[in-house]
Design a protein around this ligand. Sequence first.
Ligand code: F6R
Length: 604
Amino acid sequence: MCGIIGVLGNHEVAPLLVESLKRLEYRGYDSAGIATVNGGKLDRRRAVGKLVHLSDLLVHHPLAGHAGIGHTRWATHGAATENNAHPHASGPVTVVHNGIIENFRALREKLAPHGLLPSTDTDTETVAMLCAHYMAGGMDPRAAVQATVADLDGAFALLFLFSGEDDLMIAARKGSPLAIGHGDGEMFVGSDAIALAPMTDQITYLEEGDIAFVTRAGAEIIDACGAPARRAKQRIETQSTVIDKAGHKHFMTKEIHEQPVVMAEALARYAPNGMPVFPDALDFTRFDRVVMVACGTGFYSCLTAKYWFEQIARIPCEVDVASEFRYREPPIAPRTLAIFVSQSGETADTLAALRYATGRADMVLSLVNVGTSSIARESDLALAILAGIEVSVASTKAYTNQLTVLALLALHAARAKGSLDNGALRAHIEDLRAVPDLMRQTLALDSQIAAMAGTLAPAPSVLFLGRGVMFATALEAALKMKELSYIHAEAYASGELKHGPIALIDPSLPVVVIAPHDRLFDKTVSNMQEVMARHGRVHLITDAAGAKSARAGTAGVLELPAAGDLAAPILYALPAQLLAYHTAMAKGTDIDQPRNLAKSVTVE
Ligand code: F6R
């Protein structure tokens, strides 16, 4: 969602703020802004759209000061306008915010009789107004922020700066992450370690309910009860925060091409000797069922794993999107393992679902890409998916590494449940170990995939079909297509086509069928024939055996190397990603930062 940065420095901070915002832009890019305090006076610059517009503005209207805060916005309340851009100001207070203040309307009503009326459409401005109101009543900034935060409902990370105070920033965390960075006579606050990496590798993560009073001398932290709190300082590997495209045109292609390497790393960690290895606590003899919860792409990796847990380990598995699970309040039976999958580890709905399961499920396990994230910290056990930093808003390598770890987890479960003998287990792992090489071969098909994408780009809509576990792959392919190319895309289980969506079939609707030559292939081909009989335009993604038996009548076939059953959903994610990428390239959309999206979704 939004990105936050704050610097109490020894020289001009505007360039540092902009540099950090560049690293936070993946969180939102509707507008950006910075505020500084200079000679005791607050001033700010804000611009709509990407950070480059703010940088341009600063060239002509520079902002001086050694203390400042900055923000990159993913709009929730109010359109993406300069007036709604952060930092928001009221009297001596300016503030940046990530999250949602749910009771902002009630607070506005409380403030109106005091002559404090909103001038923006945002919930955030109310925070500045409330704090300014408390200061007008005689409170100092520290007391005013404490009183303000006590009045707020919702989830937020807040960072305040005050006129007349060039050695004070106040940070508050409830529901959205914040980290303090320690420098040499300088102090920093940021949404994450990535933002702080150019300035420091010494980080303190705030806990839920913490308020931090930050001066150049250090940070004083109080907890949710107002008691002084000690929070550990950690050294962050700066390598893990390096952000560069390594010669690629986009982060997305770089990350797509990293998949063979990061998948091999996950295999080396969780199957070092050809057998699954997980912490002892993950003892599947304790569990009779699995519940899996995630959002977006993570949900599709869970849906894939459902097939694996049920078919291979013979464990009933329920899968839900976090935003439904959290309010559905499902009963959780005894002996349940609850698994939460999140690349960022900060997704608000997934975190809330995890909190619901805590104390109800026998164990709360998370699969995350950010080991210091809230979801990792609140789980009984967190497994790193080891994908490395993912910058492109559309998830690629995190998805395939989620699948890799989930596949190994299903095999680990199968071993504990006795549903697979060691020979079969080893064969599955050998199949998985072959995938990095198969991925390289698949990446070499780039120009064929680009050609297929060229025929999809003019279409108003694309339909993806898959059967069995490949249904989940089709769903992920459709998600990638819509978020990158803005083309409407849907996915159906191919057997479901005849129950309604077949009415859509005509020559203008490209139908992409994702079907390795597995035990369900012939059934999928029958559905494909139903499409072609109605002059539907079918693009088939399959392997050599599949191509041989089903090429006739298609508009095109992409032939992938043959992969084992467990390996196929991982391998087939790559053409799905590249198809969306090349379609988006043909349409000229913003690949790494598609419109309306953000990488880390910390609001409901
Ligand atoms: C799609 C995508 C999103 C995320 C979803 C969950 O390409 O990236 O659908 O998968 O917002 O995010 P995480 O995994 O961080 O919880």
